[in-house]
Design a protein around this ligand. Structure first.
Ligand SMILES: NC(=O)c1ccc[n+]([C@@H]2O[C@H](COP(=O)([O-])OP(=O)(O)OC[C@H]3O[C@@H](n4cnc5c(N)ncnc54)[C@H](OP(=O)(O)O)[C@@H]3O)[C@@H](O)[C@H]2O)c1
Length: 325
């Protein structure tokens, strides 16, 4: 199989690239060359935001293209149009953010989506992802697969959510743990997402690519962090009302966590049964946590962070204030 990854060297794209190399596929990545390219991969260079940026893609034939673009949709349109006659299918790594918010509990792929244009040069995240979907569909039709990922965790994460929890727990002591402990979580390990999109031959259209709700709980996630870091940390489970009354920002100050409510239903209670029925398998949270910790330890403190995403995590003094209150 000949795979072209548009991107391919940071987090999700990197997982796709590594999975394909492990399968013995011929893998080409296309990017600006700012990140190390995994061994065994052909690297083409170009900047998708420039008018002449796709020149390196003028030649070449691929069975499948995976596009991880999350910026303005016109860049997806340009590459999808250019590749439609020379590539078998086009996988666009989309997001469950394309659904109109708040998305009710149990929303499947036929839920209402935000507006978007494949031509947009400036768009907010949800509209940009929808515009990217429309661009892929316009050029590839039924050969376009829209992988609507939920929260993504795992090694190489450059948003900082699981890395923050691991780093915080590795400092030890009493840890502010957002309850309830049995709060069901929904996410996808980037490597399970990668496997699924590479296995998804013959599939087209939208799929929610995320674990079933409750694949893990807040308790299992944080206990796994305590186990792998091996430190003496006490998880102090704290009620959502207490955290909200203290002004703690869910999701950003305490990553991954949302208090029960509308936003929680949107992000942790989606319907992923279609992808499950088409072969999506999700590894246990303990494995995701252990592998992410092993990766973090290999970095010498240089944890990557996407410049266009906010920094997440709770400042130590704010944590201490809530714990002592
Ligand atoms: N994180 C989550 O929880 C979450 C949830 C749902 C969906 N998603 C989606 O998951 C995807 C994450 O993908 P990723 O960023 O991890 O993919 P990636 O393919 O691993 O990394 C981004 C790639 O884009 C390249 N790139 C950046 N700017 C470029 C430009 N101007 N021209 C050409 N190449 C460029 C980067 O290389 P260079 O810098 O060297 O160019 C890099 O290879 C996104 O589509 C996001 O919307 C994420």
């Amino acid at each position: 199989m000949r795979l072209l990854v548009l991107g391919g060297t940071e987090f999700v794209g990197r997982a796709v690239t590594e999975e394909a190399v492990a399968r013995g596929w011929d893998v080409t990545v296309f990017n600006r060359g700012r990140h190390a390219v995994p061994d065994g991969v052909v690297a083409l260079r170009g900047d998708r935001t420039r008018a002449d940026g796709l020149a390196a893609l003028e030649l070449g034939v691929w069975d499948v293209v995976v596009d991880t673009w999350s910026g303005a949709p016109w860049a997806v349109r340009e590459s999808a149009e250019r590749l439609s006659a020379r590539a078998g299918r086009y996988v666009y790594i989309s997001s469950r953010s394309v659904y109109e918010a708040p998305a009710p509990r149990g929303l499947a792929e036929d839920g209402p989506v935000v507006g978007g244009s494949p031509d947009a040069r400036d768009a907010e995240y949800a509209e940009a992802k929808r515009g990217g979907e429309l661009a892929a569909l316009a050029a590839f039709g039924e050969r376009a697969l829209l992988a609507r990922a939920g929260l993504i965790l795992g090694p190489y994460e450059n948003i900082g959510r699981l890395p923050w929890w691991l780093s915080r727990i590795a400092r030890g002591g009493t840890v502010l743990a957002p309850g309830p402990e049995d709060l069901p979580l929904q996410y996808i390990d980037a490597r399970d997402l990668a496997r699924w999109v590479l296995d998804a031959e013959g599939l087209g259209g939208p799929f929610n690519v995320v674990s079933p709700p409750g694949h893990a709980t807040m308790g299992r996630l944080l206990e796994a962090c305590v186990d792998v870091t091996g430190v003496d940390a006490e998880l102090r489970w704290t009620a959502p009302e207490t955290l909200l009354a203290a002004g703690i920002e869910p999701w950003t100050e305490l990553p991954i966590w949302l208090p029960p409510g509308e936003l929680y239903d949107t992000l942790h209670q989606g319907d992923a049964s279609k992808a499950q029925a088409h072969g999506l398998r999700c590894r246990p949270v303990e494995e995701t946590v252990a592998d992410t910790w092993a990766w973090l330890r290999s970095l010498d403190g240089q944890v990557p962070h996407r410049a266009d995403r906010e920094v997440v995590g709770l400042a130590p003094d704010r944590e201490a204030a809530v714990l002592s209150g």
